[in-house]
Design a protein around this ligand. Structure first.
Ligand code: FES
Length: 112
């Protein structure tokens, strides 16, 4: 069976890994952190403050803020919009970020 890359005769750069909470996750160059997590079978990586309900990719386009992660110490980045780079250290634990997650406030979301 042909892979999508073969169908369009693309020659992607070799895969690399990022570290997510200390575990390696493979990345195809150009993938966002959210896509890499999804590709690794990780569907939820944080929980709501009220009720502890699981959250991961929801909108996938930067609107809902359900996918927040800390990348290389920068908190509150949207995994669906943040391109993975070789060696990135990703944390899904809110205690690796600020005292309070900005969560739903777009004005307080960090830039990478
Ligand atoms: S999945 Fe909605 S902002 Fe990332």
């Amino acid at each position: 069976m042909k892979q999508p890359y073969g169908l369009v005769r693309a020659r992607p750069e070799p895969e690399f890994e990022i570290s997510v909470d200390g575990a390696p996750v493979p990345v195809v160059p150009g993938q966002t952190i959210g896509a890499a997590l999804h590709g690794a079978g990780i569907r939820a990586w944080r929980t709501t403050r009220v009720g502890g309900r699981p959250r991961g990719l929801f909108c996938g386009i930067g609107v809902c803020f359900d996918c927040l992660v800390t990348v290389n110490g920068v908190p509150s980045l949207r995994a669906c919009l943040t391109e993975a780079r070789p060696g990135d250290l990703v944390s899904t634990r809110p205690d690796d970020g600020p005292d309070e997650w900005p969560g739903d406030d777009p004005e307080t979301v960090g830039e990478r």
